[in-house]
Ligand binder design. Structure first.
Ligand code: PLP
Length: 214
């Protein structure tokens, strides 16, 4: 299957209101251009310098930073990423804010276990969101998570439901938690059923990633 066919397949089952982020980490620019030729706009990167380099090379794409971001790499991401998905410390939010000429959109990364090394524990997510919402230079937009890995997509359902519940509780308290970044190649359909507004899909679009060399 080609990248265009894979994209068409995912899009055909995705409500128009859900943003499809094509996760292009480790992929060559040619793959990104191929996806763009098929109408794809949003791309997700995990490595700050890789995002910087691809953003310089490829015009017209909208970039999402979906990895865990070290403070000393914020400079590569701000001004290039439309959304930073996995903010989990006030210090990181402040660094993003300090470098942002216009507010940078952020999501609070919520940690449900070992799959996500980053993220704030679910029980602390709303308390953290209340603090981060007043950090200058960032615009809080929602929450993201990576559930613990499982062969069975449905196993992610309780985590997606919990994330949606946390966001709803936050909105009741006036927090702007409108975006839910949840769902990857194997479980995006489950995530959408639970209210995902942004799915991050890599393998199902671009094929298997080469094994990490490190
Ligand atoms: C790599 C990655 C994805 C995409 O994973 P696939 O299983 O290839 O769809 C999504 N989200 C994050 C945070 C990732 O690191």
């Amino acid at each position: 299957m080609s990248i265009a066919e894979n994209l068409a397949h995912v899009r055909s089952a995705l409500p128009a209101s859900v943003t499809l982020v094509a996760v292009s980490k480790t992929r060559p620019s040619a793959d990104i251009r191929e996806a763009m030729a098929a109408g794809q706009v949003d791309f997700g990167e995990n490595y700050a310098q890789e995002l910087r380099d691809k953003a310089a090379e490829i015009e017209g794409a909208r970039w999402h930073f979906i990895g865990s971001l070290q403070r000393n790499k914020v400079k590569y991401v701000v001004g290039r990423a439309t959304l930073v998905h996995d903010v989990d410390s006030i210090e990181l939010a402040e660094e993003i804010g300090k470098r942002s000429a216009v507010p940078t959109g952020i999501l609070v990364g919520v940690n449900f276990g070992e799959a996500q090394k980053s993220g704030v524990p679910a029980a602390e997510a709303l308390g953290f969101a209340k603090r981060v919402v007043s950090v200058p230079g960032v615009a809080l937009r929602g929450l993201m998570c990576i559930p613990p890995p499982s062969e069975e997509p449905e196993a992610a359902a309780p985590y997606f439901a919990e994330l949606a519940g946390i966001a709803a509780a936050g909105r009741d308290q006036g927090l702007p938690l409108h975006e839910l970044s949840m769902g990857m190649s194997h479980d995006w359909a489950v995530a959408v059923r639970h209210g995902s507004t942004i799915v991050r899909v890599g393998t199902a679009i671009f094929g298997a990633r080469p094994a990490k060399l490190t």
